[in-house]
Ligand binder design. Structure first.
Ligand code: IMP
Length: 174
């Protein structure tokens, strides 16, 4: 379907406004400290790049890639690290940046994996949360928007690697 015909769930403007608020809250909470921001590839890339530019504290950036669903819109529940971090996170204040929490399986795995590496603190910010689809309980420290159970694309989120570049968040009908 042509992208302009897909329903817009959140406009680029709405997303931008909320990210500024999140960045203010995060900067306040970590005042006087430096954080290591870990982006979960590839969906969180656009969110991360907008978020860090509004932070007013010192920031380091790294990325991790975990297996995704491929062309399937349902989570398999199996998570693997495809690309690991380039640095140690031991004794660092770490903030995981995720695009969306759906079943909660990816972040539960990632959170426990990173916790075992001994960070000073470990928190999670997600742009989107679909609480209706949770299979394991996971509550992010910061959340941009709670959204209904619909498959969304744009602003970094893909379906089979398409649509990540769209500025608005749109609904992909089955
Ligand atoms: P979870 O493990 O089910 O919480 O899935 C998290 C991952 O699934 C996200 O990082 C996305 O890559 C993908 N995902 C979940 N819901 C959507 C969606 O509505 N659109 C695009 N990707 C999604």
């Amino acid at each position: 379907m042509a992208e302009e015909k897909m329903e817009v769930m959140l406009t680029a403007k709405q997303i931008e406004g909320r990210i500024k608020e999140l960045a203010e809250e995060i900067s306040e909470d970590y005042r006087g400290r430096k954080i290591l921001v870990i982006g979960v590839l590839k969906g969180a890339v656009i969110f991360l790049s907008d978020l860090v530019r509004h932070l007013t504290i010192p920031v380091e950036i790294d990325f991790i890639a975990v297996s995704s669903y491929g062309a399937d819109t349902n989570s398999s529940g199996v998570v693997r690290i495809l690309k690991d971090l380039e640095q140690s996170i031991t004794d660092k204040d770490v903030l995981i940046v995720e695009d969306i929490i759906d079943t909660g399986l990816t972040l539960t795995y990632l959170y426990e994996n990173l916790l075992r590496r001994g960070p000073k603190s470990l928190k999670v910010v997600t742009l989107l949360d679909k609480p209706d689809r949770r299979q394991v309980s996971f509550n992010p420290d910061y959340c941009g928007f709670k959204i209904p159970d619909r498959f969304v694309i744009g602003y970094g989120l893909d379906f089979d690697e398409d649509y990540r570049h769209l500025a608005d968040l749109r609904v992909l009908e089955p």
